[in-house]
Design a protein. Structure first.
Length: 480
C-alpha cells in the first residue's frame, strides 16, 4: 500500500518568489519524499484586492490543516497602513520562534572565509515592536509600543537551548539592550538567566546587543547560538548572513506549536523578477530545514549536501560579486538535482536530533505578585505651552484632587522641574502625578477625577498607571 503523502502549503510569494519556490519544489520532488504541495495566495495580489493583512481567508484554512508552510518572499506596501503579511502570518499562527542559521559555504568568498563560521540566531518572532501597535499621539509625534511578555521570553529561551542541544552546540548567548530598556529587554535577560542552569551542558552568557554586533564584526567565531528579541534578531540575522555570503544564502524557520513556516530571509527583489537570475539557495536550504522538521532527515541532508557540492563545483548565480557567466536559476536548480546523493568534500552531513519544542500554553499565563500598589500615574497630553506655564496650570487643576504634579518630560528629557539646560520641545508631554500623602491609597476614582479636570483644559491621549509589584517599582524612573 502506498503511504499517504504529507501535504504542505506553498505560498509562492511576490517578485522572485515563484521562481525560487519552484526551484525548491523541484528539488524536493527529486528526493522522492512523499509530499503533496497546495499552492495558495498571499502578499501583493491580496493587498491589491483590498485585503489589508495580505492573507486571504482561503489561505488561512489550508495552513491550519497542513501545519507546514514553504513560503516565498511577500511584498508589503512601505510606509502606509498595511501591516506586513509576513508579520501577520507569524502572529496569526503564533510562530513564536525564528531560527536563522548561517555557516561558511564552500567556494563562497567573504572577509571571514576560513574561520569556519557557524552561527544560529534564535529570534522571538511575534512580540516586541513588531507587534505593530502604533499611534500618532499628536500630528507630529508617533508612538510604538514595545511589548515583551514573560510567556514569550520563556518560550524563546527554551527553544534556543533545545536547538543547541539538538545540534550539540556548546554556547548560547542572550543579546539584549537591558542596560537601557531595563523592564522590556531586561525581562528577556532575567528569564534567560533563570532558565540557563537547567541546561548545564550549555555555556550561557548574556551580552548587550550593541556589543554583540561589535563582536560579530570583530570575532564572530566565538558565537554559536544567539537568542534575542524580535527587532534585535531581525537586524543581527541580516548581519550574520552578510558574514557568510549574503541574504541569498540565508534560510530560516518560523517555529510554532501548531504551524511552522519555512522561508528565505531575503526579500522579493522585484527588479530581477521573471529574469531567471535569482539565487534559490536560501529557499532550497529553508526547504531542507522543513524536511528535517517533518522527520525527513535523510532527504534534508541530501538537499543540503547537494547545495554544498554544487557550490564546490564553482557554480554561481548573478548575485555574487565578480561572477562571470553566472548560472541562471533553472541551471543552478538542475545542478543541485544532479548532485543529490553526493557528499561535500569539506562539510560532511551533521547528525541532527529532533528539536524538543516547549509545550503549548493552555489558558492564560499569569505572573502573580503577592502585593501590588498604585502609587501614581503618567498622563500623556498635547500642548503648545512652555513647560513652566504648563506645570503651573496642571498644579492648579490637580489641587482639588489627592494628587500633585511631580515632573514633566518631553521626548524623555525632564523639563519640569527645570534643569537649566536647553531641550528642543515638541507638543507631546508626559506628566507624572503622585499622591500628596505618600501613605494615601489611590484607585480609579482618584485617577478619573484628575483626568476629568485635565481634560477640561488639555488634550490627553493616554495614561499609564504607576504600580509597585512586591515592593518594587514597575515603571521606568524619571530621566534628567
Amino acid at each position: 500500500m502506498t503511504a499517504a503523502k504529507r501535504k504542505i502549503t506553498v505560498l509562492p510569494g511576490d517578485g522572485i518568489g515563484p521562481e525560487v519556490v519552484d526551484a525548491a519544489l523541484a528539488i524536493i520532488k527529486a528526493t522522492g519524499v512523499p509530499v503533496e504541495f497546495e499552492k495558495c495566495e498571499a502578499g501583493a495580489r491580496a493587498f491589491q484586492k483590498g485585503i489589508v493583512a495580505g492573507i486571504p481567508k482561503e489561505t488561512i484554512e489550508p495552513i491550519g490543516r497542513t501545519r507546514v508552510v514553504l513560503k516565498g518572499p511577500l511584498g508589503t506596501p512601505i510606509g502606509y497602513g498595511n501591516r506586513s503579511a509576513n508579520v501577520t502570518l507569524r502572529t496569526l499562527f503564533e510562530t513564536y520562534g525564528n531560527i536563522r542559521p548561517v555557516r561558511e559555504l564552500p567556494g563562497v568568498q567573504t572577509a571571514f572565509t576560513g574561520r569556519n563560521l557557524d552561527i544560529v540566531i534564535v529570534r522571538e518572532n511575534i512580540e516586541d515592536l513588531y507587534a505593530g501597535i502604533e499611534y500618532m499621539q499628536t500630528p507630529g509625534v508617533a508612538e510604538g509600543l514595545k511589548l515583551i511578555s514573560r510567556e514569550g521570553c520563556e518560550k524563546i529561551v527554551k527553544l534556543a537551548f533545545a536547538f543547541a542541544i539538538a545540534e550539540e552546540r556548546k554556547r548560547v548567548h542572550c543579546a539584549t539592550k537591558s542596560n537601557i530598556m531595563k523592564l522590556t529587554e531586561g525581562l528577556l535577560q532575567h528569564t534567560f538567566e533563570e532558565f540557563a542552569p537547567q541546561f548545564p551542558s550549555i555555556e550561557a552568557k548574556h551580552i548587550l546587543i550593541d556589543n554583540a554586533a561589535h563582536q560579530l564584526a570583530m570575532r564572530p567565531e566565538q558565537f554559536d547560538v544567539i537568542v534575542t528579541t524580535n527587532m534585535n534578531g531581525d537586524i543581527l540575522s541580516d548581519l550574520t548572513s552578510g558574514l557568510t555570503g549574503g541574504l541569498g544564502f540565508a534560510p530560516s524557520a518560523n517555529i510554532g506549536n501548531d504551524v511552522s513556516i519555512f522561508e528565505a530571509v531575503h526579500g522579493s527583489a522585484p527588479d530581477i523578477a521573471g529574469k531567471n537570475k535569482a539565487n534559490p539557495t536560501a529557499l532550497i536550504l529553508s526547504s531542507a530545514m522543513m524536511l528535517r522538521h517533518i522527520d525527513e532527515g535523510k532527504a534534508a541532508n541530501d538537499v543540503e549536501q547537494a547545495v554544498l557540492v554544487t557550490l564546490e563545483s564553482g557554480m554561481r548565480t548573478s548575485d555574487m560579486i565578480g561572477v562571470q557567466n553566472p548560472a541562471s536559476t533553472t541551471e543552478f536548480t538542475k545542478a543541485v538535482i544532479s548532485n543529490l546523493g553526493k557528499r561535500s568534500k569539506v562539510s560532511p552531513p551533521r547528525d541532527y536530533k529532533k528539536v524538543e519544542l516547549p509545550p503549548a500554553q493552555l489558558g492564560v499565563n499569569v505572573v502573580t505578585a503577592k502585593n501590588r500598589r498604585l502609587i501614581g500615574l503618567d498622563v500623556y497630553l498635547e500642548s503648545d505651552l512652555e513647560p513652566a506655564k504648563l506645570a503651573a496650570g496642571l498644579e492648579l487643576l490637580a489641587k482639588p484632587t489627592p494628587l500633585k504634579l511631580q515632573m514633566i518630560t518631553n521626548r524623555g528629557a525632564m523639563v519640569f522641574p527645570a534643569s537649566g539646560r536647553h531641550v528642543s520641545l515638541v507638543d507631546h508631554f508626559r506628566c507624572r502625578f503622585v499622591p500628596r500623602d505618600s501613605a494615601a491609597v489611590l484607585g480609579d476614582v482618584e485617577i478619573l477625577a484628575l483626568l476629568g479636570t485635565i481634560g477640561a483644559r488639555h488634550r490627553w491621549m493616554h495614561i499609564e498607571k504607576l504600580q509597585e509589584f512586591d515592593g518594587e517599582p514597575a515603571f521606568s524612573r524619571s530621566q534628567i
